[in-house]
Design a protein around this ligand. Sequence first.
Ligand code: SF4
Length: 353
Amino acid sequence: MNSTKLVSLGLTALKSNVTHLDRPYKLTFSITYACQSRCVMCNIWQIKPSGELDIREIGEFAQRNSCFKWIEITGGEPFLRSDIVDIVRIFRDSSKDLYVLTMPTNSLCNQDTVVGKIEAILKLGIPKVSITISLDGYRELHDRIRGIPGNFDRAMGLAKRLRNLQARYQNLFFVFGYTMGKFNEGQLMNTVRGVQKELPWVTANNFHVNMAQTSEIYYKNSEMNLKPDASGFSTELESFIKARKFEIGVIPVIENAFLKKLDYYIKTGRTPMKGRSLDASLFMDSYGNVFPSIMWGRKIGNIRDVDYDLSRIWHNAGAEEARKLIKEGKEPHAWTACEAYQTLVGNIGSLLV
Ligand code: SF4
């Protein structure tokens, strides 16, 4: 059953190399903009959201659009939604080939509740459930970046609990998500070593690195200058890549390719290859607005206006115009994991060099 879903995802990703897909296989869905962090690089926490999609609407959307094989649920802090397990269950029931679910957390919600919800999600039987614990520095640095005293220790506590949960659930994966920017320049390996002092089983492979990005529709931080010095970043990234142990598997191959292209992106400011937004993937916010990606505020529609049927906006004039711009390389330049993975597998040759 799991291998059938994996084959289905793999075949669709391969197909995206040679033709346009008639529907996306990856959904990035911000289920809420509520967040109790106070991050220096993001303004989401300043939003006081109201009128977000409720569980009935999410159910309508999931039932009418059963094409997703990979869902990235994000926020805000997704675990602030008390119905997060129901949301996942709805997608599990509707998208029969759903293979991967990823979710980030800032570790600030009640941890008994979060671990209970993660366990309930694991029991739903999605083959891969990946939790990203945000961690941008060692102890005081992380707490300062996130604006919450004690946040580092809470992240360590959650990691320990997830490690215990892994002993019982083979479908659970988790990493530390390190956002790299001006605010933590030169601190990546120091953070890896700091975490190792707390959790000796951790290696560099347990870290996922992303560049801090700006986005008017998502982080609401367009005015910020977050990019670190390019040469310092390259050196830091090189040490990190060297510290990672060789691993066999599709995900390590994609992750390594992602990191190498990240270096290219920071040096040139250009997306390393043609993106797969509005072909393989889309971003939907918690109000049902649909965009090509998190990084591109070009709205193509709202699912509330089309009876929750994505196909009614997937080929509208706005979507076709955005695709034309993507084809011409005129979309905003970015390189984030939420877009890069499907871009890499949709440009399969890039994984070989
Ligand atoms: S980066 Fe994440 S945790 Fe921080 S304010 Fe933004 S949504 Fe919240």
